[in-house]
Design a protein around this ligand. Sequence first.
Ligand code: HEM
Length: 119
Amino acid sequence: MSPLFSGASRVPNRDIELSGVRLRQGDTVWLCYGSANHDEAEFDRPEIYDFDRPAHGRLAFGTGRHACSGSAFAPQIARIALEELLARHPRIRLEPDHEIIVRGWMFRGATELPVRMPR
Ligand code: HEM
């Protein structure tokens, strides 16, 4: 899932055709990383969080010369946060019967994530 679902744009500097769509020089093209990362032509069962899915390129941090400058840093923040959480609460579990609702167009994430912390 792309935490930054959408929000960046690009402007073609010449007329081009992309996947059968004609884009004219100067058009604004709104990018949707979240949709690209769920492209059924690229990912088998894209809605499933599959640890065993073979490694595959994705666009969570964008690509090209304006790709995210924090793409090496951000995963380390997440790693440290998870390590600290699991060290303090090693038995933490997702609340099994709670549906996880994801919202957001530019920034995207679960609206809430109820957990159990058995002692
Ligand atoms: C999970 C966390 C993050 C995600 C998913 C994320 C994602 C993205 C995406 C999709 C873009 C747009 C790339 C494009 O236009 O093609 C971007 C741009 C950018 N990000 Fe991040 N980002 C994250 C964290 C960070 C952090 C921690 C920093 C800084 C320490 C950062 C700094 C930047 C900067 C400076 C740009 C603009 C790059 C440019 O336009 O040249 N990001 N990010």
